[in-house]
Design a protein around this ligand. Structure first.
Ligand code: KG4
Ligand code: ZN
Length: 334
């Protein structure tokens, strides 16, 4: 069963063809990162216009790379939320037009559910029940998954999402956008010697990352961090980046493992853009008593293969939408 996946929820225009929910036949991504970088963040109207320009070429490329014609497809899966309304509308309307033109079933996919299903594309199938840590630009959720489409959100962020915290910290340190990869690069080989606060929120499975970001801002404002390329005895940008990264990752790892120990789960999954962070992946594997699965880094950040994988399981269980499918910018997982 071949599914065409379409993803336009934020600033990546992506299309992919996936067979049987697990085999990637093509995975095309047109990134707008360079366009938004000059504004220091995603500009919604610019994003939707770029999607409009890129969506048809990127779908054609995905179909060609997969060697697939329209008659070979069994369905179309498209992200319908959460995300930027104007961006989501481009993908959903193109998907509906294609479904109508080619007589194909369509299913709307929750972007977060898509991130989780990136774990089905790595060659081994996850085993239920499991705990998944979804860490992206908009979410830091700890989710219990008992079966396909069966989610209980155990914890979530009370303020900034993990990716959002990385992006803000990178801006504070003058490291550019997107912040996660920039912080990770700057931190490489540097000691995490600054003592930044960890918000454990004991007794809950929730997260909070605004405190560590504010603490970093205060250090910079108070002149405690040496600016780039100056070695004057003060800790530099790299040390600040490494300290920030460790403070965020330590809380993510320890709280995820605590949740997994409390429940009768068989695996821990990672998902979302921050899941491509090497330290997060390494510490979780080293410290977890359970097997840990994480998608390949290119499948952690936004892509359409994950949407097609999720769409396969949705269509398989009869979760088909009709042409009244609409976008839901604030769509929840459960
Ligand atoms: O899942 P994603 O591509 O888009 C959303 O659904 O939000 O996640 C993007 C977020 C950004 O905040 C970005 O800074 C962060 O993921 N990110 C990282 C890394 N790569 C991307 N954060 C930490 N380390 C990374 N290597
Ligand atoms: Zn995402």
């Amino acid at each position: 069963m071949k599914i065409l996946g379409i993803e336009t929820s934020c600033d990546e225009t992506a299309a992919a063809v996936v067979a049987d929910g697990v085999t990637i036949l093509s995975n095309q991504i047109a990134s707008q990162v360079a366009i938004h970088a000059r504004y220091g963040g995603v500009v919604p109207e610019v994003a939707s216009r770029q999607h409009t320009l890129s969506i048809i070429p990127i779908i054609k490329q995905a179909m060609a790379e997969a060697g697939t014609g329209w008659h070979d497809l069994d369905g179309i899966a498209v992200t319908s939320g959460p995300g930027l309304a104007g961006s989501l509308l481009v993908g959903v309307n193109v998907a509906k037009a294609l479904a109508l033109a080619h007589g194909l079933p369509i299913t709307g996919v929750n972007h977060l559910e898509g991130h989780i299903y990136a774990n089905w594309l790595g060659g081994s199938i996850p085993i239920f029940p499991l705990v998944c840590l979804i860490v992206s630009g908009g979410h830091s959720d700890l989710v219990l998954m008992r079966g396909h489409g069966d989610y209980v959100v155990l914890g979530r962020t009370r303020d900034d999402a993990a990716g959002e915290a990385f992006d803000k910290a990178a801006r504070i340190l003058g490291l550019g956008f997107p912040g996660g990869p920039a912080i990770e690069r700057a931190a490489r080989g540097r000691p995490a010697t600054l003592n930044l606060p960890r918000a454990w929120l004991k007794g809950t499975d929730d997260f909070s990352f605004s405190g560590v970001k504010t603490a970093l801002l205060r250090l910079v404002d108070d002149g405690k961090i040496a600016p780039a390329e100056r070695n004057d005895g003060r800790p530099g940008i790299g040390v600040a980046a490494a300290s920030f990264q460790e403070a965020v990752i330590e809380v993510l790892v320890d709280k995820t493992i605590a949740v997994a120990r409390e429940r009768p789960v068989r695996q821990i999954l990672l998902a979302g853009g921050v899941a491509s962070n090497e330290l997060l992946r390494r510490w979780l594997v080293e410290r977890s008593p359970l097997p840990v699965l994480a998608p390949a880094p290119v499948l952690c950040t936004d892509n359409a293969a994950m949407v097609a994988a999720c769409g396969y399981y949705r269509l398989h269980s009869g979760k088909q939408d009709d042409l009244s499918l609409d976008v839901v910018p604030g769509l929840k997982l459960a």
